[in-house]
Design a protein around this ligand. Structure first.
Ligand SMILES: Cc1cc2nc3c(=O)[nH]c(=O)nc-3n(C[C@H](O)[C@H](O)[C@H](O)COP(=O)(O)O)c2cc1C
Length: 170
């Protein structure tokens, strides 16, 4: 499969996940291209597309949301996969177990993923935890993060990323 992996990032942890997915898929024999969503305008050369973004304020980054709208007429019949990178993923989180459980159960889907489902053939949508450093937050966000008991660092679960890439193969 000629696979295109498109992503949007603010601080780089989503880039790492996009690159890991690419390496996994290449190992399975796919021809893979990785590109920034904001720099992509043509999808003709690809059989399938993985689209992902960091989450800010519960939504994909504006550049990703705009790109999903801009590219909507080009998805056609291509299989699509979506991934979101935020504070709480399917297996890991910036927060303790209790808060993670409570928040995970009421997390809605970003609007851009709903748009993707509406305009294309989404096979699966997944949420990964990313990475966070104190300097990433504006002042109020830093205080809120501390109050909520957040932990700084890299919460990416590479086994989870590998397993998701494998599920795409299946
Ligand atoms: C300004 C800001 C807002 C954020 N808002 C959210 C949010 O609403 N929900 C969430 O799960 N994570 C949120 N995060 C955490 C990021 O999604 C997380 O750090 C992610 O790994 C960032 O990806 P990136 O390194 O590719 O930019 C926020 C981070 C920042 C800096």
């Amino acid at each position: 499969m000629r696979l295109l992996i498109l992503y949007a990032t603010d601080h780089g942890s989503t880039t790492g996940i996009a690159e890991r997915l690419a390496a996994d898929r290449k190992r399975h024999g796919d021809e893979v291209t990785v590109a920034r969503l904001r720099e992509t305008s043509h999808l003709d050369d690809y059989d399938g597309v993985i689209v992902g973004s960091a989450i800010h304020n519960g939504q994909w980054l504006p550049e990703a949301t705009h790109a999903v709208d801009r590219l909507s007429s080009q998805w056609g019949d291509k299989p699509l996969w979506a991934f979101s990178v935020g504070s709480i993923g399917a297996t890991t989180s910036f927060f303790g177990e209790k808060r993670t459980k409570a928040v995970r159960s009421r997390m809605g889907e970003p609007k851009a993923v709903a748009t993707l489902r509406h305009t294309g053939h989404v096979q699966d949508a997944h949420r990964f935890a990313g990475a966070i450093a104190p300097g990433d937050w504006p002042g109020a966000g830093r205080v809120m993060f501390r109050v909520m008991g957040g932990h700084y660092g890299d919460a990416r679960d590479w086994d989870e990323v590998d397993a998701w890439a494998e599920s795409i193969h299946a």
